[in-house]
Design a protein around this ligand. Structure first.
Ligand SMILES: [Zn+2]
Length: 722
């Protein structure tokens, strides 16, 4: 969270700058528990339960001031610059801010209320300015540059050389070489952007919190399975509507409704509500904000010497430039659209046969896709769900972690005094095969008001070794709908995949075995970071996991073989929809950021670009522009949403490394995966790491096979090519 977070690709984005502190505030910091080093077992744990929201701002300000003072001391050091007195010294700085930033990030993402939002609005621009103040420190940059220029002949380890290269590159990318006037301009842009990002995400959150479909008549629940009804009743109760049902305006509520509701009119209503988030023309409309963000990003890219924001963003990604990312997306787009046409024809045939008298619209897609799945593969999602008990699947993930990485998970003993920020959160300690502590894993599975939607991993503390062994602390967060008290939580197959995916990020963090925090764990290139998480999704459907852990919540019997076979046969089902839904978002993201600095009307741009691409009218983007948090709630995945597809080319190819060898549990392949991918953080170039794992670069073939698309005769975009 300190300025070092400039290096972080994954985890919670955010981070930034500071104004001068007032003397009176200084005194009260003494009592601020957020500023103290973490105490307790496991090398210290976050002090949940001791902090109050009103302590966030003073703690952020005090720790930013401390970080600036530390950096100034390094910049003013009288001896010539060396790795040790400059780069390693920088790695030691910002520790208080790291800790405070972790707590701030948890509040912002999981305990967000009006008070937290006020802190965000005030602090985000200050944090942006803080980052700039460090990267624009001329004396500091001169020292970094000196170490960088001497890096190959000063006896540094490969990791130290790469860390030095990373500092130098990141400082240059952040404007370290600009003249004073340009630096001022850059800081102004960054602060404006930070404020706009906060506004953007608060608008989406407001629409998600406030939008809802209230159902008072049980007849309107037609088609919904029991688990979805129970979830809707639970949401209603939490909103003071006991005895009714509420479909909230979030993905985890909306998608099951669209899949199962027999009521076409209500499906349309819910669909319109969901795709209009941030786009309703009212106080929470994001269109003007997006337009301003795009202009500021274009200006910033020009200032930094890049053609567009996309060129700036991709320079340090594995793809290296927007052209290579576009080439991959275009290679997949055409076969995906062709597949959608087949899927729609299948759905239309069923609707016609039923005499529904309709043409498939976007609010029909999930509903009729489900019917096709039943008809074609005899597979009914509601047959699977009773076997998908959240807690059992979690045990299944632990089994996978043990078999592949030698990790053992055990619940943290209540007497150890590890506190949590919400009663739903639980903590496990993770040990390696030799019984050595690896780190802690926090699990926050359920949706609640004030928690951002979706699922994510976060590192509360990263692994490092250069100044003594520091164990990592990671967390997984999701938005599963909590069932009635005492009832097992049943999740969908997709949710189970998400569970394994996020756990993959956690294992990436836990496997880290590096010296320096800035290159630790998931702090790797944006288009590489999804690879370790996506690849672990492949273990969910293995018999070893399903037979042991997919147990019926009433009978305790494992999921029947015949059902598993049906799941396998239906594996490529609906890939047209999934791919087009994703790719349309990724293409709009990239094209918006390649468009230059003119004024853009986001709705119009989206409409016209999709029409030009030949977007099927039956599908809407997974994230429409006005609600595209990945892209507009921060720089995060801006011009970077393609990363999931890029990573998936590696994922598909890596999975084939297992299937070509002894299968999913092949120890030798697992060891190579751990040695060259999971444990190395950003200490090596990702393309080199992949090559060391696979023995060659990844092509597009495995990706096309995975999705059931025709494999091109000549691979279009070899993803791991340098
Ligand atoms: Zn992910």
């Amino acid at each position: 969270m300190s300025f070092k977070s400039l290096f972080a690709a994954a985890g919670m984005a955010a981070c930034l700058v500071a104004g001068p502190m007032h003397a009176t505030e200084m005194k009260s910091e003494k009592a601020n528990p957020l500023l103290a080093p973490w105490t307790g077992p496991y090398g210290g744990v976050p002090p949940f339960g001791q902090a109050k929201v009103e302590q966030l701002k003073p703690a952020l300000e005090a720790s930013m001031a401390e970080n600036l003072a530390e950096v100034d001391r390094i910049a003013a050091y009288p001896e010539p610059a060396t790795f040790e007195n400059t780069i390693a010294a920088l790695e030691r700085t910002g520790r208080t801010l790291d800790r405070v930033g972790t707590i701030y990030g948890i509040y912002a993402s999981t305990l967000n209320d009006d008070a937290v939002q006020a802190v965000e609005r005030e602090m985000e621009p200050k944090l942006a300015a803080f980052n700039d103040q460090i990267t624009q420190n001329e004396a500091l940059f001169k020292r970094i540059e000196a170490v960088y220029e001497a890096r190959e002949k000063s006896g540094l380890t490969p990791e130290q050389q790469r860390l030095t290269w990373l500092y130098y590159t990141n400082f240059v990318r952040a404007g370290a070489k600009l003249d004073a006037a340009a630096k001022r301009q850059l800081t102004e842009i960054n602060q404006k952007l930070a404020a706009l990002y906060t506004q953007f995400s608060q608008n989406v959150l407001a629409d998600e919190n406030e939008g809802q479909l209230v159902i008072t008549d049980a007849a309107d629940l037609a088609g919904l399975p029991e688990s979805v009804r129970a979830g809707a009743a639970q949401v209603a109760e939490s909103r003071g509507k006991k005895g009714q049902w509420v479909i909230a305006n979030t993905r985890s509520s909306v998608e099951p409704f669209l899949t199962y509701s027999d009521r076409r009119d209500l499906r349309e209503k819910v669909w319109r509500m969901f795709v209009s988030r941030g786009d309703d023309g009212g106080a929470t409309d994001n269109n003007a904000i997006i337009s301003e963000i795009l202009q500021l990003r274009a200006q910033r890219a020009k200032l930094l010497g890049f053609e567009t924001h996309a060129h700036w963003r991709l320079e340090n990604a594995m793809a290296k430039n927007p052209e290579r990312a576009m080439e991959l997306m275009e290679a997949v787009w055409t076969p995906a659209v062709a597949r959608v046409q087949e899927e729609v024809a299948d759905m239309q045939a069923i609707a016609d046969k039923e005499g529904a008298g309709l043409k498939i619209e976007p609010w029909d897609y999930r509903y009729y896709a489900e019917k096709v799945r039943k008809a074609k593969y005899d597979l009914d999602e509601t047959e699977i769900t009773p076997y998908m008990q959240l807690e059992n699947l979690r045990e299944g993930m632990f089994y996978m972690a043990k078999e592949l990485f030698g990790f053992h998970f055990k619940p943290v003993d209540a007497t150890k005094g590890v506190s949590v920020y919400h009663p739903d959160v639980r903590v496990w300690e993770v040990n390696d095969a030799a019984g050595q502590l690896v780190g802690l894993w926090y699990f926050d599975p359920y949706a609640r008001k004030g928690k951002r939607s979706g699922a994510w991993m976060n590192a509360y503390r990263t692994q490092e070794r250069f100044d003594g062994d520091v164990r990592t602390i990671v967390s997984n967060n999701a938005n599963f709908v909590k069932g009635q008290p005492g009832e097992p939580v049943l999740i969908s197959w997709k949710d189970a995949e998400t569970l394994f995916h996020e756990f993959g990020h956690a294992l990436h963090g836990l496997s880290s075995n590096v010296s320096y925090p800035s290159v630790s764990g998931t702090r790797v290139a944006r288009d590489y970071v999804e690879f370790p998480s996506q690849v672990l999704e492949h273990w969910l459907p293995t018999p070893e996991i399903l037979d042991r852990y997919a147990l019926h919540y009433q009978t305790g019997k494992p999921i029947p073989k015949a059902l598993v076979e049906k799941i396998e046969r239906a594996d490529k089902f609906n890939q047209g929809f999934d791919t087009v839904e994703f790719l349309s978002s990724a293409l709009i993201d990239m094209k918006l950021h390649l468009a230059g600095g003119g004024v853009i009307d986001p709705d119009k741009f989206e409409r016209e670009t999709l029409a030009a691409l030949g977007m099927p009218s039956e599908i809407v983007m997974r994230h429409r522009t006005p609600q595209f948090m990945h892209v507009f709630a921060g720089d995060g995945y801006s011009a970077g949403y393609y990363s999931y597809l890029w990573s998936d080319t590696l994922t598909a190819d890596a999975w084939e490394a297992f299937t070509e060898a002894g299968g999913p549990w092949d120890k030798a392949v697992a060891k190579r995966l751990r040695d060259h991918v999971f444990s190395v953080g950003n200490t090596i170039d990702p393309a080199d790491g992949y090559r060391a794992f696979r023995g060659r670069d990844a092509g597009i073939d495995a990706l096309m096979r995975k999705r059931g698309f025709p494999v091109p005769e000549k691979a279009a975009a070899p993803a791991a090519e340098k």
